[in-house]
Write a protein that binds this ligand. Structure first.
Ligand code: NAP
Length: 433
């Protein structure tokens, strides 16, 4: 009997789950991959930095999955707006929440609601042309930007702000962002970490890239570096990353118009300004038991833009158990929320790991489904969902629609760029008719 599986979220977690299901059941499973946007690929399209095109190439693999027997993409269908979780649970044998962690974790300091303070989800979405953030007001008429967090997202944001239009020419960065960057007055980008170089979660390639920018130079205060001999205890990859950080403390260094200041051992305590962000107040910290403890010494970092790159949380869904502290659904080790409902990717684990970390998640969820649902309840869940959506006048997009949009985006690309993205849903649906 055919098994009907609905996967909510057409990002890496969703596609790796579909890939695992295809491998397990072959054509004996019907898989609907549902996304609220008309386009597939989630974080690959709207999260991975536009100048990291080689990472985005994994979309080819997801395309092959989507072209597999029994797999459909249904875009522009929003859980909670167009269809409820209860309706999906009734129709399908298994529903997998691969919805990622789209909401920015709150900074939670005075002044974090001032204009000029944004979360990385919004900022990254803006430069990647995500329809939710195409209108984000980003003002780069100031010299300073403060980026809070010592992870790869902080580095992505710093690198995009630091690159020249020529360095971004071969990327699929949104056209509206290129225009703002072309008029940028930014000369000082501060990457603020509440702990030190050893505790930073940058990876080697991402840290190293900052040393090879046309108009920007990274600077680390030598006093923030731990003793060299302490590096011996680090895992080799992390030691290499710390090696890059050490190299940014060495003088002389090239003179370039933009400086990327690593502000280690600085805890954000407030954003201040007249009607908008003008400075970030940070407190010097020291480590106690690996944790940052404030010393009471305050500094002001002048900045007109504060980007909080401090992590994300998954959206809540009524009736689905949620761990508010960790910002993710409550599930067992396999990703089972309860038999019939599962989570994979960041919705299960929280926002950590690389794109490939989602792959084993997909396999473990599929094993859980196979154990819980040895035989499907039968029927054609996809056809029933189509009828439900049609009765609500929902214009779902299918993989063929995406292929048409893809062709248009590639066709209208700037010279040398892979594509020029459509940044509003209305524009996409208007084109599809
Ligand atoms: P992350 O690596 O977890 O870094 C989050 C940073 O925010 C940490 O430095 C953390 O400091 C800091 N932080 C958290 N709360 C804070 C607070 N209240 N005040 C000050 N600092 C705070 O997360 P991410 O950078 O968002 O990246 C998410 C995942 O995506 C990671 O696994 C990352 O590697 C991956 N990613 C990969 C790439 C790539 O491979 N190119 C690119 C982007 C993202 P503490 O450590 O002190 O808690």
């Amino acid at each position: 009997m055919t098994l009907n599986i609905a996967i909510i979220g057409a990002g890496p977690a969703g596609y790796y789950t579909a890939e695992a299901a295809l491998k397990h059941w072959g054509g004996a499973a019907k898989i609907d991959i549902i996304d609220r946007l008309p386009t597939p690929y989630g974080l690959i399209r709207a999260g991975v930095a536009p100048d990291h095109q080689s990472i985005k190439a994994v979309a080819k693999r997801y395309e092959a999955t989507n072209l597999g027997a029994g797999v459909r993409f249904l875009g522009n269908v929003m859980l909670g707006r167009d269809v409820s979780i209860d309706e999906l649970l009734k129709l399908y044998d298994a529903v997998v929440l691969s919805v990622g962690a789209p909401h920015d974790k709150a900074l939670g300091i005075p002044g974090d609601d001032l204009p000029g303070v944004v979360g990385s989800g919004a900022f990254v979405g803006w430069y990647n042309g995500h329809p939710d953030f195409a209108d984000l007001p980003v003002d780069l008429s100031h010299h300073g930007v403060a980026i809070i967090g010592n992870g790869n997202v902080a580095i992505d944001c710093a690198r995009i702000l630091a690159k020249t239009p020529a360095e971004l020419a071969t990327t699929d960065i949104a056209g509206h962002t290129l225009e703002v960057l072309a008029g940028s007055a930014v000369t000082d980008i501060h990457i603020v970490g509440r702990r030190g170089p050893h505790q930073a979660s940058f990876t080697t390639k991402e840290a190293g890239e900052l040393g090879h920018l046309d108009r920007a130079v990274p600077v680390v205060r030598p006093g923030d570096l731990p003793p060299l001999e302490d590096d011996a205890a680090l895992e080799p990859g992390h030691r290499k990353m710390v090696g890059h950080i050490r190299s940014f403390a060495v003088e002389p260094r090239p003179v370039k118009p933009v400086t990327i200041h690593f502000e280690f051992f600085r805890r954000p305590v407030a954003v201040e300004g007249e009607g908008r962000a003008q400075r970030l107040i940070v407190e010097t910290t020291r480590l106690e038991g690996g944790q940052a403890v404030g010393t009471g010494e305050l500094h002001a970092i002048p900045c007109g833009l504060v980007i909080a790159c401090i992590g994300y949380r998954t959206a809540t869904i009524p009736g689905v158990p949620y761990d508010a502290g960790r910002g993710r659904f409550v599930s067992d080790d396999a990703g089972r929320i309860f038999p019939g409902l599962y989570a994979s990717g960041w919705a299960r684990r929280g926002p950590s790991g690389t794109i490939g970390t989602n792959r084993p998640d997909g396999f473990s969820v599929v094993e859980a489904i196979a154990a819980d649902v040895p035989a499907g309840k039968g029927g054609d869940a996809g056809a029933a969902l189509d009828a439900l959506l049609a009765s609500r006048s929902v214009r779902a997009t299918h993989f063929g629609d995406w292929q048409a949009l893809d062709k248009h985006e590639v066709g209208r690309a700037r010279p040398g760029a892979p594509r020029e993205k459509f940044v509003t849903v209305a524009e996409m649906l208007g084109l599809l008719g």
